[in-house]
Design a protein around this ligand. Structure first.
Ligand SMILES: Cc1cc2nc3c(=O)[nH]c(=O)nc-3n(C[C@H](O)[C@H](O)[C@H](O)COP(=O)(O)OP(=O)(O)OC[C@H]3O[C@@H](n4cnc5c(N)ncnc54)[C@H](O)[C@@H]3O)c2cc1C
Length: 443
Protein backbone atom coordinates (compact mmCIF):
# COMPACT_ATOMS: atom_id res chain seq x y z
CA UNK A 1 0.00 0.00 0.00
CA UNK A 2 1.45 3.44 -0.88
CA UNK A 3 1.93 5.75 2.06
CA UNK A 4 -0.77 8.42 2.18
CA UNK A 5 1.05 11.73 1.87
CA UNK A 6 -0.25 15.16 2.93
CA UNK A 7 -3.95 15.82 3.46
CA UNK A 8 -2.73 18.34 6.08
CA UNK A 9 -1.85 15.63 8.64
CA UNK A 10 -2.74 12.18 9.93
CA UNK A 11 -4.15 13.87 13.02
CA UNK A 12 -6.64 15.90 10.97
CA UNK A 13 -7.53 12.89 8.83
CA UNK A 14 -8.36 11.01 12.03
CA UNK A 15 -10.75 13.63 13.36
CA UNK A 16 -12.02 14.79 9.96
CA UNK A 17 -10.90 17.83 7.99
CA UNK A 18 -13.21 20.79 8.72
CA UNK A 19 -14.52 23.16 6.06
CA UNK A 20 -13.68 26.82 6.65
CA UNK A 21 -16.50 28.55 8.54
CA UNK A 22 -17.61 32.15 9.16
CA UNK A 23 -15.60 33.68 6.31
CA UNK A 24 -15.26 37.45 6.56
CA UNK A 25 -17.91 39.07 4.41
CA UNK A 26 -16.85 42.68 3.81
CA UNK A 27 -15.35 45.13 6.31
CA UNK A 28 -15.67 44.74 10.08
CA UNK A 29 -14.52 46.40 13.28
CA UNK A 30 -13.57 44.91 16.64
CA UNK A 31 -11.34 45.59 19.67
CA UNK A 32 -8.60 43.04 18.98
CA UNK A 33 -7.84 41.42 15.61
CA UNK A 34 -5.67 38.31 15.78
CA UNK A 35 -4.12 37.08 12.55
CA UNK A 36 -3.54 33.31 12.44
CA UNK A 37 -5.77 30.63 13.94
CA UNK A 38 -3.08 28.34 15.30
CA UNK A 39 -2.54 27.82 19.00
CA UNK A 40 -0.78 31.17 19.45
CA UNK A 41 -3.75 33.08 18.07
CA UNK A 42 -6.36 30.87 19.73
CA UNK A 43 -4.77 30.90 23.18
CA UNK A 44 -4.36 34.68 22.96
CA UNK A 45 -8.06 35.01 22.12
CA UNK A 46 -9.02 32.62 24.93
CA UNK A 47 -7.04 34.47 27.61
CA UNK A 48 -8.05 37.95 26.42
CA UNK A 49 -11.69 36.97 26.53
CA UNK A 50 -11.27 35.33 29.92
CA UNK A 51 -9.67 38.51 31.29
CA UNK A 52 -12.27 40.85 29.77
CA UNK A 53 -15.38 39.20 28.31
CA UNK A 54 -16.59 42.57 27.00
CA UNK A 55 -13.73 42.69 24.47
CA UNK A 56 -14.74 42.00 20.87
CA UNK A 57 -11.92 39.70 19.74
CA UNK A 58 -11.76 38.26 16.22
CA UNK A 59 -9.37 35.78 14.66
CA UNK A 60 -8.56 35.92 10.94
CA UNK A 61 -7.46 32.55 9.55
CA UNK A 62 -6.50 31.78 5.94
CA UNK A 63 -7.66 28.13 5.95
CA UNK A 64 -9.20 26.68 9.11
CA UNK A 65 -8.20 26.88 12.77
CA UNK A 66 -5.36 24.42 13.32
CA UNK A 67 -4.37 24.11 9.63
CA UNK A 68 -0.74 24.99 10.38
CA UNK A 69 1.86 23.48 12.70
CA UNK A 70 -0.64 23.38 15.56
CA UNK A 71 -2.55 20.59 13.82
CA UNK A 72 0.45 18.78 12.39
CA UNK A 73 3.03 18.54 15.18
CA UNK A 74 4.55 15.63 17.09
CA UNK A 75 2.32 16.11 20.13
CA UNK A 76 5.13 16.82 22.60
CA UNK A 77 3.63 19.22 25.11
CA UNK A 78 7.03 19.80 26.61
CA UNK A 79 8.79 22.29 28.87
CA UNK A 80 11.73 22.43 26.47
CA UNK A 81 13.04 25.98 26.00
CA UNK A 82 11.59 27.60 22.87
CA UNK A 83 14.82 29.14 21.64
CA UNK A 84 18.45 29.40 22.55
CA UNK A 85 19.43 29.53 26.24
CA UNK A 86 22.59 31.41 25.25
CA UNK A 87 20.62 34.16 23.51
CA UNK A 88 18.14 34.58 26.36
CA UNK A 89 21.01 34.61 28.82
CA UNK A 90 22.67 37.46 26.90
CA UNK A 91 19.53 39.62 27.27
CA UNK A 92 18.31 38.57 30.72
CA UNK A 93 21.07 36.66 32.48
CA UNK A 94 20.97 33.12 33.83
CA UNK A 95 18.11 34.09 36.12
CA UNK A 96 16.03 35.16 33.12
CA UNK A 97 16.59 31.79 31.43
CA UNK A 98 15.58 29.98 34.61
CA UNK A 99 12.40 32.09 34.91
CA UNK A 100 11.48 31.20 31.32
CA UNK A 101 12.17 27.51 31.95
CA UNK A 102 10.03 27.58 35.11
CA UNK A 103 7.22 29.38 33.27
CA UNK A 104 7.27 26.71 30.54
CA UNK A 105 7.17 23.92 33.13
CA UNK A 106 4.13 25.55 34.71
CA UNK A 107 2.57 25.97 31.27
CA UNK A 108 2.45 22.20 30.71
CA UNK A 109 0.14 22.02 33.76
CA UNK A 110 -1.79 25.09 32.58
CA UNK A 111 -2.58 23.52 29.19
CA UNK A 112 -3.53 20.18 30.74
CA UNK A 113 -5.71 22.02 33.29
CA UNK A 114 -7.53 24.28 30.81
CA UNK A 115 -8.08 21.33 28.46
CA UNK A 116 -9.68 19.39 31.32
CA UNK A 117 -11.86 22.35 32.37
CA UNK A 118 -12.98 23.04 28.80
CA UNK A 119 -13.81 19.38 28.14
CA UNK A 120 -11.10 19.07 25.47
CA UNK A 121 -10.31 15.38 25.00
CA UNK A 122 -6.93 15.36 23.31
CA UNK A 123 -5.50 11.97 24.37
CA UNK A 124 -3.43 13.83 26.97
CA UNK A 125 -1.12 11.67 29.08
CA UNK A 126 1.44 13.32 31.34
CA UNK A 127 3.97 10.72 30.38
CA UNK A 128 7.32 12.53 30.31
CA UNK A 129 9.93 12.29 27.61
CA UNK A 130 12.85 9.89 27.25
CA UNK A 131 15.84 11.23 25.34
CA UNK A 132 18.42 8.67 24.31
CA UNK A 133 22.08 8.99 23.36
CA UNK A 134 23.19 6.55 20.69
CA UNK A 135 26.88 7.43 20.41
CA UNK A 136 29.64 8.54 22.75
CA UNK A 137 29.41 12.13 21.49
CA UNK A 138 25.64 12.14 22.09
CA UNK A 139 26.19 10.67 25.54
CA UNK A 140 28.50 13.53 26.49
CA UNK A 141 26.08 16.16 25.16
CA UNK A 142 23.06 14.67 26.85
CA UNK A 143 24.76 14.04 30.18
CA UNK A 144 21.79 11.85 31.14
CA UNK A 145 21.24 10.03 34.42
CA UNK A 146 20.06 6.75 32.88
CA UNK A 147 22.41 3.91 31.97
CA UNK A 148 21.91 1.85 28.83
CA UNK A 149 20.20 -0.83 30.92
CA UNK A 150 17.85 1.70 32.53
CA UNK A 151 16.95 3.10 29.12
CA UNK A 152 16.12 -0.41 27.94
CA UNK A 153 13.79 -0.88 30.91
CA UNK A 154 11.70 1.97 29.49
CA UNK A 155 12.13 1.45 25.75
CA UNK A 156 14.55 -0.89 23.95
CA UNK A 157 16.17 1.53 21.51
CA UNK A 158 18.94 -0.06 19.44
CA UNK A 159 22.37 1.34 20.23
CA UNK A 160 21.24 3.48 23.19
CA UNK A 161 24.20 4.08 25.50
CA UNK A 162 22.51 6.42 27.99
CA UNK A 163 19.37 8.45 28.48
CA UNK A 164 17.60 11.24 30.26
CA UNK A 165 14.01 11.21 31.48
CA UNK A 166 12.16 14.51 31.84
CA UNK A 167 8.78 14.20 33.57
CA UNK A 168 7.62 17.69 32.50
CA UNK A 169 6.09 16.65 29.23
CA UNK A 170 2.71 15.33 28.10
CA UNK A 171 1.65 13.40 25.01
CA UNK A 172 -1.22 15.02 23.11
CA UNK A 173 -3.20 14.51 19.90
CA UNK A 174 -2.51 17.81 18.10
CA UNK A 175 -5.71 18.11 16.04
CA UNK A 176 -7.90 17.21 19.00
CA UNK A 177 -6.15 19.85 21.12
CA UNK A 178 -6.28 22.69 18.62
CA UNK A 179 -9.85 21.95 17.48
CA UNK A 180 -10.87 21.81 21.14
CA UNK A 181 -9.29 25.18 21.88
CA UNK A 182 -10.97 26.63 18.77
CA UNK A 183 -14.31 25.29 19.97
CA UNK A 184 -13.78 26.76 23.44
CA UNK A 185 -12.86 30.13 21.95
CA UNK A 186 -15.96 30.16 19.74
CA UNK A 187 -18.16 29.18 22.66
CA UNK A 188 -16.94 32.32 24.43
CA UNK A 189 -18.22 34.37 21.53
CA UNK A 190 -14.95 35.02 19.72
CA UNK A 191 -15.46 34.90 15.95
CA UNK A 192 -12.91 32.98 13.92
CA UNK A 193 -13.09 34.12 10.31
CA UNK A 194 -11.76 31.06 8.50
CA UNK A 195 -11.03 30.98 4.78
CA UNK A 196 -9.91 34.60 5.15
CA UNK A 197 -6.33 35.35 4.18
CA UNK A 198 -4.66 38.50 5.50
CA UNK A 199 -2.53 40.22 2.88
CA UNK A 200 -1.28 43.21 4.84
CA UNK A 201 -1.23 44.39 8.44
CA UNK A 202 -1.03 48.02 9.43
CA UNK A 203 -1.71 49.97 12.61
CA UNK A 204 -5.45 49.72 13.14
CA UNK A 205 -6.21 47.34 10.27
CA UNK A 206 -5.91 43.81 8.92
CA UNK A 207 -6.37 43.93 5.16
CA UNK A 208 -7.68 40.59 3.89
CA UNK A 209 -8.79 39.26 0.52
CA UNK A 210 -12.40 39.49 1.74
CA UNK A 211 -12.48 42.90 3.46
CA UNK A 212 -10.66 44.89 6.11
CA UNK A 213 -10.92 44.28 9.83
CA UNK A 214 -10.32 47.51 11.72
CA UNK A 215 -9.15 47.22 15.32
CA UNK A 216 -6.94 49.32 17.62
CA UNK A 217 -5.01 46.13 18.45
CA UNK A 218 -3.62 43.87 15.68
CA UNK A 219 -1.69 40.75 16.68
CA UNK A 220 0.34 38.73 14.18
CA UNK A 221 0.40 35.02 15.10
CA UNK A 222 1.57 33.37 11.88
CA UNK A 223 4.72 31.49 12.97
CA UNK A 224 6.07 29.57 9.92
CA UNK A 225 3.68 31.41 7.58
CA UNK A 226 4.92 34.88 8.54
CA UNK A 227 7.06 35.12 5.40
CA UNK A 228 3.89 35.02 3.27
CA UNK A 229 2.78 38.40 4.57
CA UNK A 230 3.79 41.64 2.80
CA UNK A 231 6.82 43.18 4.48
CA UNK A 232 7.72 40.11 6.57
CA UNK A 233 9.43 37.80 4.06
CA UNK A 234 12.76 37.75 5.88
CA UNK A 235 11.55 37.90 9.51
CA UNK A 236 11.36 34.20 10.30
CA UNK A 237 12.46 31.33 8.12
CA UNK A 238 9.78 28.69 7.46
CA UNK A 239 11.63 25.52 8.49
CA UNK A 240 10.17 22.17 7.54
CA UNK A 241 9.59 19.22 9.76
CA UNK A 242 8.01 15.96 8.62
CA UNK A 243 6.34 13.03 10.35
CA UNK A 244 5.43 9.46 9.43
CA UNK A 245 2.94 7.31 11.27
CA UNK A 246 3.03 3.53 11.25
CA UNK A 247 0.16 1.11 11.03
CA UNK A 248 -0.98 0.00 14.51
CA UNK A 249 1.64 -2.23 16.16
CA UNK A 250 0.64 -5.67 17.41
CA UNK A 251 0.98 -6.43 21.15
CA UNK A 252 3.94 -8.64 20.18
CA UNK A 253 5.70 -5.76 18.43
CA UNK A 254 5.20 -3.44 21.43
CA UNK A 255 6.54 -6.16 23.68
CA UNK A 256 9.56 -6.71 21.43
CA UNK A 257 10.59 -3.03 21.58
CA UNK A 258 9.71 -2.79 25.26
CA UNK A 259 7.69 0.43 24.89
CA UNK A 260 5.07 -0.38 27.49
CA UNK A 261 4.47 3.19 28.80
CA UNK A 262 3.29 6.30 26.95
CA UNK A 263 6.50 8.31 27.26
CA UNK A 264 7.61 10.37 24.30
CA UNK A 265 10.90 9.46 22.72
CA UNK A 266 13.66 11.57 21.19
CA UNK A 267 17.36 11.35 20.46
CA UNK A 268 20.37 13.62 20.85
CA UNK A 269 21.48 13.70 17.19
CA UNK A 270 22.04 17.11 15.57
CA UNK A 271 19.35 16.23 13.00
CA UNK A 272 17.24 14.89 15.85
CA UNK A 273 14.09 12.77 15.72
CA UNK A 274 11.00 12.84 17.95
CA UNK A 275 8.36 10.16 18.43
CA UNK A 276 5.17 9.39 20.28
CA UNK A 277 3.13 6.28 20.91
CA UNK A 278 -0.33 7.30 19.71
CA UNK A 279 -3.50 6.58 21.65
CA UNK A 280 -4.50 4.07 18.96
CA UNK A 281 -1.24 2.14 19.18
CA UNK A 282 0.95 3.49 16.37
CA UNK A 283 4.33 5.17 16.36
CA UNK A 284 4.42 8.71 14.97
CA UNK A 285 8.03 9.66 14.26
CA UNK A 286 9.25 13.00 12.99
CA UNK A 287 12.44 14.72 11.92
CA UNK A 288 13.83 17.12 9.37
CA UNK A 289 13.01 16.51 5.72
CA UNK A 290 14.08 19.11 3.19
CA UNK A 291 14.79 21.77 5.78
CA UNK A 292 13.80 24.81 3.76
CA UNK A 293 12.17 25.65 0.43
CA UNK A 294 13.61 28.39 -1.80
CA UNK A 295 12.02 31.81 -1.34
CA UNK A 296 10.47 30.86 2.02
CA UNK A 297 7.77 28.81 0.31
CA UNK A 298 5.62 26.47 2.40
CA UNK A 299 4.25 23.03 1.51
CA UNK A 300 0.97 22.25 -0.22
CA UNK A 301 -1.49 20.77 2.29
CA UNK A 302 1.28 18.96 4.17
CA UNK A 303 2.65 16.90 1.28
CA UNK A 304 6.29 15.92 1.85
CA UNK A 305 8.96 14.50 -0.46
CA UNK A 306 9.17 10.72 -1.01
CA UNK A 307 12.81 10.67 0.08
CA UNK A 308 11.85 12.28 3.39
CA UNK A 309 9.41 9.43 3.97
CA UNK A 310 12.17 6.90 3.23
CA UNK A 311 14.62 8.74 5.45
CA UNK A 312 12.15 8.69 8.38
CA UNK A 313 11.43 5.01 7.71
CA UNK A 314 15.14 4.28 8.00
CA UNK A 315 15.36 6.30 11.26
CA UNK A 316 12.49 4.23 12.64
CA UNK A 317 14.07 0.90 11.77
CA UNK A 318 17.43 2.07 13.03
CA UNK A 319 15.83 2.76 16.42
CA UNK A 320 13.78 -0.45 16.29
CA UNK A 321 15.29 -3.03 13.89
CA UNK A 322 12.53 -5.52 14.73
CA UNK A 323 10.03 -3.17 13.04
CA UNK A 324 11.72 -3.57 9.64
CA UNK A 325 8.91 -4.08 7.14
CA UNK A 326 6.22 -2.39 9.22
CA UNK A 327 3.73 -0.44 7.10
CA UNK A 328 3.60 3.34 7.15
CA UNK A 329 0.05 4.65 6.90
CA UNK A 330 0.65 8.37 6.52
CA UNK A 331 3.31 11.05 6.04
CA UNK A 332 3.05 14.83 6.17
CA UNK A 333 5.05 17.94 6.90
CA UNK A 334 4.60 21.45 8.20
CA UNK A 335 6.50 24.64 8.86
CA UNK A 336 7.79 26.21 12.03
CA UNK A 337 9.18 29.72 12.39
CA UNK A 338 12.93 30.17 12.85
CA UNK A 339 14.22 33.66 13.74
CA UNK A 340 17.80 34.57 12.75
CA UNK A 341 19.00 34.01 16.35
CA UNK A 342 16.83 30.89 16.85
CA UNK A 343 14.93 32.51 19.72
CA UNK A 344 11.25 33.28 20.14
CA UNK A 345 9.72 36.66 20.85
CA UNK A 346 6.48 38.11 22.19
CA UNK A 347 6.03 41.81 21.58
CA UNK A 348 3.44 44.57 21.65
CA UNK A 349 3.79 48.26 20.93
CA UNK A 350 0.99 50.25 22.61
CA UNK A 351 1.73 53.26 20.38
CA UNK A 352 0.89 51.41 17.15
CA UNK A 353 -1.31 48.67 18.62
CA UNK A 354 0.75 46.09 16.71
CA UNK A 355 2.01 42.93 18.38
CA UNK A 356 3.21 39.45 17.57
CA UNK A 357 4.34 36.16 19.09
CA UNK A 358 6.21 33.19 17.68
CA UNK A 359 9.54 31.98 16.34
CA UNK A 360 9.50 28.99 18.69
CA UNK A 361 11.82 26.86 16.49
CA UNK A 362 10.08 23.55 16.89
CA UNK A 363 9.17 23.78 20.58
CA UNK A 364 5.96 25.74 20.31
CA UNK A 365 3.22 23.52 21.58
CA UNK A 366 3.65 24.64 25.18
CA UNK A 367 5.15 28.02 24.32
CA UNK A 368 2.05 29.11 22.37
CA UNK A 369 0.04 29.07 25.60
CA UNK A 370 2.65 31.05 27.52
CA UNK A 371 2.91 33.49 24.62
CA UNK A 372 -0.88 33.87 24.54
CA UNK A 373 -0.98 34.76 28.24
CA UNK A 374 1.94 37.15 27.77
CA UNK A 375 0.23 38.91 24.85
CA UNK A 376 -2.89 39.22 27.00
CA UNK A 377 -0.92 41.03 29.71
CA UNK A 378 0.88 43.25 27.22
CA UNK A 379 -2.33 44.24 25.43
CA UNK A 380 -4.09 44.95 28.73
CA UNK A 381 -1.13 47.04 29.88
CA UNK A 382 -0.36 44.86 32.91
CA UNK A 383 3.19 44.62 34.26
CA UNK A 384 3.48 40.96 35.31
CA UNK A 385 6.05 38.19 35.69
CA UNK A 386 5.16 37.14 32.17
CA UNK A 387 5.84 40.53 30.61
CA UNK A 388 9.30 40.42 32.22
CA UNK A 389 10.35 37.09 30.68
CA UNK A 390 13.46 37.35 28.47
CA UNK A 391 11.57 36.72 25.22
CA UNK A 392 9.24 39.71 25.78
CA UNK A 393 10.19 42.50 23.40
CA UNK A 394 13.14 40.44 22.14
CA UNK A 395 14.44 41.90 18.87
CA UNK A 396 16.20 39.96 16.17
CA UNK A 397 17.76 40.86 12.83
CA UNK A 398 16.27 39.61 9.59
CA UNK A 399 17.43 36.66 7.50
CA UNK A 400 19.68 37.21 4.48
CA UNK A 401 18.04 37.69 1.06
CA UNK A 402 17.87 34.81 -1.43
CA UNK A 403 19.79 32.94 -2.74
CA UNK A 404 21.99 33.35 0.35
CA UNK A 405 19.20 32.21 2.68
CA UNK A 406 18.56 29.00 0.77
CA UNK A 407 22.25 28.20 0.28
CA UNK A 408 23.03 28.95 3.93
CA UNK A 409 20.29 26.79 5.42
CA UNK A 410 21.00 23.85 3.13
CA UNK A 411 24.73 24.09 3.87
CA UNK A 412 23.90 24.18 7.55
CA UNK A 413 21.91 20.97 7.45
CA UNK A 414 24.56 19.27 5.33
CA UNK A 415 27.01 20.16 8.12
CA UNK A 416 24.70 18.79 10.84
CA UNK A 417 24.21 15.54 8.89
CA UNK A 418 27.98 15.24 8.36
CA UNK A 419 28.51 15.83 12.10
CA UNK A 420 26.00 13.08 12.91
CA UNK A 421 27.76 10.67 10.52
CA UNK A 422 31.14 11.34 12.15
CA UNK A 423 29.71 10.90 15.64
CA UNK A 424 27.91 7.69 14.61
CA UNK A 425 31.22 6.41 13.23
CA UNK A 426 32.75 6.59 16.70
CA UNK A 427 33.93 10.15 17.32
CA UNK A 428 34.41 10.51 21.09
CA UNK A 429 33.15 14.10 21.37
CA UNK A 430 30.74 16.51 19.67
CA UNK A 431 31.94 17.02 16.12
CA UNK A 432 33.60 20.38 15.45
CA UNK A 433 31.53 20.49 12.28
CA UNK A 434 28.41 20.84 14.43
CA UNK A 435 30.01 23.59 16.51
CA UNK A 436 30.89 25.39 13.27
CA UNK A 437 27.32 24.95 12.04
CA UNK A 438 26.00 26.41 15.31
CA UNK A 439 28.23 29.46 14.85
CA UNK A 440 27.12 29.92 11.22
CA UNK A 441 23.50 29.53 12.30
CA UNK A 442 23.91 32.18 14.97
CA UNK A 443 22.52 29.86 17.63
C1 LIG B 1 5.90 18.65 11.82
C2 LIG B 1 5.98 19.48 13.08
C3 LIG B 1 6.19 18.86 14.31
C4 LIG B 1 6.26 19.63 15.48
N1 LIG B 1 6.33 18.99 16.68
C5 LIG B 1 6.28 19.72 17.82
C6 LIG B 1 6.21 19.07 19.07
O1 LIG B 1 6.11 17.85 19.16
N2 LIG B 1 6.26 19.85 20.20
C7 LIG B 1 6.33 21.21 20.12
O2 LIG B 1 6.41 21.86 21.16
N3 LIG B 1 6.31 21.85 18.95
C8 LIG B 1 6.26 21.14 17.79
N4 LIG B 1 6.20 21.78 16.59
C9 LIG B 1 6.07 23.24 16.59
C10 LIG B 1 4.66 23.68 16.98
O3 LIG B 1 3.71 22.88 16.33
C11 LIG B 1 4.47 25.14 16.62
O4 LIG B 1 5.48 25.90 17.23
C12 LIG B 1 3.13 25.72 17.06
O5 LIG B 1 2.07 24.89 16.68
C13 LIG B 1 2.98 27.11 16.45
O6 LIG B 1 1.65 27.54 16.59
P1 LIG B 1 1.24 28.90 15.90
O7 LIG B 1 -0.16 29.14 16.22
O8 LIG B 1 2.21 29.96 16.27
O9 LIG B 1 1.44 28.64 14.34
P2 LIG B 1 0.55 27.73 13.36
O10 LIG B 1 -0.08 26.62 14.06
O11 LIG B 1 1.40 27.42 12.17
O12 LIG B 1 -0.62 28.71 12.95
C14 LIG B 1 -0.48 29.76 12.00
C15 LIG B 1 -1.84 29.90 11.32
O13 LIG B 1 -1.82 31.03 10.45
C16 LIG B 1 -2.59 30.74 9.31
N5 LIG B 1 -2.18 31.65 8.25
C17 LIG B 1 -1.09 31.58 7.45
N6 LIG B 1 -1.03 32.64 6.64
C18 LIG B 1 -2.10 33.42 6.94
C19 LIG B 1 -2.56 34.68 6.45
N7 LIG B 1 -1.93 35.35 5.50
N8 LIG B 1 -3.71 35.19 6.97
C20 LIG B 1 -4.39 34.53 7.97
N9 LIG B 1 -3.97 33.33 8.47
C21 LIG B 1 -2.83 32.79 7.96
C22 LIG B 1 -2.25 29.29 9.01
O14 LIG B 1 -3.24 28.67 8.20
C23 LIG B 1 -2.19 28.71 10.42
O15 LIG B 1 -3.41 28.16 10.84
C24 LIG B 1 6.15 21.06 15.40
C25 LIG B 1 5.96 21.68 14.17
C26 LIG B 1 5.87 20.91 13.01
C27 LIG B 1 5.63 21.59 11.69
Amino acid sequence: MPVRNGGVSFWWQQVGLPSPADRLDGDATCDVAIVGGGLTGLWTAWYLHEADPTLDVRVVEAEFAGFGASGRNGGWLSSELAGSARTYERVAGADGVERLRAALRGTVDEVVGVAAREGIHADVVRSGVLTVARSEAQRQRLDGELTAAQVAERIRVAGAVSGHFDPDCARVHPAKLVSGVARAVRERGVRIHEGTRAVRLEPGAVVTERGTVRAPVVLRCLEGFTAGLAGHRRDWLPMNSAIVVTEPLTPGQWHEIGWSGQELLGDEAHAYCYAQRTADGRIALGGRGVPYRFGSRTDVDGRTQDWTVESLRSTLTSLFPSLRGIGLDHAWCGVLGVPRDWSASVAYDPRTGLGHAGGYVGSGLTATNLAGRTLRDLVLGADTELTRLPWTGHRVRRWEPEPLRWAGVHALYRLYRAADRREDAGLLRTSRIASLADRVAGR
